[in-house]
Design a protein around this ligand. Structure first.
Ligand code: IMP
Ligand code: MG
Length: 179
């Protein structure tokens, strides 16, 4: 395969692993023996979700949903989000944590939080691998965040460019022009 047109590694595999362990320790302390349902957003959050789940000591359940979002493509119309695959099981009365790869404009997360809230979970929180605040348009309450990033397009740890590079163990800024 062609080498990814990486401009700069923002976080190495070791930094990502260490930070996920820290955040998992915070979440474990918060939930202790309470059951927690992690909700992953396909496909971007899968790598982060599984790495996080393996470090948690609280009892964990998983479910996934998928969205199609025009905001996923830069230059696309932001804010138009649609559920492409819904949860398999009810979350009523459960402690639920939405696990995101990146919160950018905030449109996807806000839409998903509203969607999940209608299912009446006991609690609802947000955990994201990356937070790119310079591009935020709608505010969302982030409970746990691994890294803040500058206004650069990034790949790795689940994040893709044209479906590639999700499996990179590190997080890198992509030289989009060169790819
Ligand atoms: P938002 O609705 O603008 O917050 O968009 C969030 C979604 O856009 C994420 O879940 C990603 O799928 C996608 N996305 C945003 N920024 C990047 C990036 O830098 N690399 C890869 N995907 C991204
Ligand atoms: Mg994507």
């Amino acid at each position: 395969m062609k080498e990814p047109p990486i401009d700069r590694v923002l976080f190495t595999a070791e930094q990502v692993e260490a930070r996920i362990r820290q955040v998992a320790a915070e979440i474990s302390a918060e939930y202790e023996n309470r059951e927690l349902k992690l909700i992953g957003v396909l496909k971007g959050s899968v790598f982060f979700l599984t790495a996080l789940a393996r470090e948690l000591t609280a009892p964990v359940k998983l479910d996934f949903l998928a969205v199609s979002s025009f905001a996923n493509q830069r230059g696309g119309m932001p804010g138009v989000v649609r559920i492409a695959k819904d949860l398999d099981e009810s979350i009523e009365g459960e402690h639920v944590m939405l696990v995101e790869d990146i919160i950018d404009t905030g449109f996807t997360t806000r839409y998903l939080m509203q969607h999940l809230a209608t299912r009446e979970p006991k609690s609802l929180s947000i955990c994201t691998l990356l937070d790119r605040t310079p591009r935020r348009i709608v505010q969302v309450p982030i409970d746990h965040r691994c890294f803040e990033i500058p206004d650069r397009f990034v790949v790795g740890c689940g994040l893709d460019y044209k479906q590639l590079y999700r499996n990179l163990k590190y997080i890198a800024a992509l030289n989009v022009e060169a790819s």
